[in-house]
Design a protein around this ligand. Structure first.
Ligand SMILES: NC(=O)c1ccc[n+]([C@@H]2O[C@H](COP(=O)([O-])OP(=O)(O)OC[C@H]3O[C@@H](n4cnc5c(N)ncnc54)[C@H](OP(=O)(O)O)[C@@H]3O)[C@@H](O)[C@H]2O)c1
Ligand SMILES: *[C@@H]1O[C@H](CO)[C@@H](O)[C@H](O)[C@H]1NC(C)=O
Ligand SMILES: *[C@@H]1O[C@H](CO)[C@@H](O)[C@H](O)[C@H]1NC(C)=O
Ligand SMILES: *[C@@H]1O[C@H](CO)[C@@H](O)[C@H](O)[C@H]1NC(C)=O
Length: 316
């Protein structure tokens, strides 16, 4: 009896002592590339916290000029200072970008194109998860609006610059959650039925479909594109769901740190010889399985056209 009680008490203790080792075991995949980036230009969205911040730090460490595209410039400036301080790279710049507002996206792109000659790496990292039903400035449902349409427009506006700077890369941070996603064209904005959890999954599926379609359209241009599942990572992503926040907190000793979560994005941005895998989905720094919905090129093409239509872009 006493033995059982003791065991029950000891077990959590032992678990927490073992936690760092368990985390190391679970956090597979480290970006092994030693590529340095002097003279290279990087844009990364949602870089003021979480996975984006760690990704930006590592790219700055390697000597790139890094633009932190953030909706909250003040938060961004603090992080830029911190990264400059840690890396010694002063070329870490903050620019205002609110992906929930196409005006903001257009003005970000306009200023960037006027200011910079090149763009070598674009990392579409920002994301919202499980927020209550709400709309962007343009009336799109928030998940599809920010995670998909916002990045779609941004990528479109920067595409010529990427082509001129080839070899260049685009990395889309998607998620394992895409497996539960479906593209319902009659309910793209959650207007008939809305579930915050599913809306996130749908938008992450959209990221994957776009990566595939864009990879095809960019064949031969020297611009290659990848989508990424970063892993289960301890970040602020769960801020809209107290249930998930609780789960993440309990798991926090085991799941990936933001630094570990950044590894697959870095792998896709940096590793030499990845070009032939353009359009593929990566997890733990390896090519990963995509759901059947994520491989349906009919859906990918239709989503492309619908997105152009919603954003008033020419379909070419
Ligand atoms: N954490 C995980 O376990 C996990 C798993 C799979 C996929 N992911 C993906 O990883 C990416 C990064 O997430 P994270 O875990 O690092 O989450 P996070 O800590 O919540 O960071 C998200 C970032 O996106 C920014 N953002 C949100 N809405 C925006 C908008 N309208 N305009 C511009 N920026 C906006 C946030 O800015 P503010 O700070 O101003 O809100 C923040 O910088 C996301 O795409 C997410 O879907 C994460
Ligand atoms: C920069 O680094 C110095 C010394 O490491 C530290 O004292 C200072 O607080 C840091 N500043 C910022 C803004 O992180
Ligand atoms: C990334 O995803 C966005 C939104 O789904 C899409 O517009 C863009 O073309 C994608 N880019 C790449 C490289 O996959
Ligand atoms: C792709 O999706 C469409 C529409 O949902 C479906 O009719 C079609 O059978 C799917 N194609 C494949 C190859 O799965």
């Amino acid at each position: 009896m006493v033995g059982v009680l003791l065991l029950l008490l000891l077990f959590p203790l032992l678990l927490y002592i073992a936690a760092p080792h368990i985390r190391k075991m679970l956090a597979n995949g480290v970006c092994a590339s030693t590529v340095q980036l002097p003279g290279k230009v990087v844009v990364i969205t949602g870089a003021n916290t979480g996975i984006g911040k760690e990704t930006a730090k590592e790219l700055a460490q390697r000597g790139a000029r890094v633009y932190l595209a953030c909706r909250d410039v003040q938060k961004g400036e603090l992080v830029a200072k911190e990264i400059q301080n840690v890396t010694g790279n002063k070329q870490v710049l903050v620019r205002k970008l609110d992906l929930a507002d196409t005006k903001s996206i257009r003005s970000f792109a306009e200023d960037f194109l006027a200011e910079e000659k090149h763009l070598h790496i674009l990392i579409n990292n920002a994301g919202v998860m499980m927020c209550p039903y709400s709309k962007t400035a343009d009336g799109f449902e928030m998940h599809i609006g920010v995670n998909h349409l916002g990045h779609f427009l941004l990528t479109h506006l920067l595409l010529d610059k990427l082509k001129e700077s080839a070899p260049s890369r685009v990395v889309n941070v998607s998620s394992l959650a895409h497996h539960m996603g479906r593209i319902h064209f009659h309910n793209l904005q959650g207007q008939r039925f809305y579930s915050a959890g599913l809306a996130y999954c749908h938008s992450k599926l959209a990221n994957i479909l776009f990566t595939k379609e864009l990879a095809q359209r960019l064949k031969g241009s020297g611009v290659t594109v990848y989508s990424v599942h970063p892993g289960t990572v301890h970040t602020e992503l769960t801020r809209h769901s107290s249930f998930l926040r609780c789960v993440w907190w309990i798991l926090s000793a085991f799941i990936k740190t933001p630094e570990q979560g950044a590894q697959t994005s870095l792998h896709c941005a940096l590793t030499e010889g990845l070009e032939s895998l353009s359009g593929h989905h990566f997890s733990d720094c390896q090519v990963a399985w995509v759901s059947p919905q994520g491989r349906n090129m009919t859906t990918a093409r239709r989503l492309w056209d619908v997105s152009c239509d919603l954003l008033g872009l020419p379909m070419h």
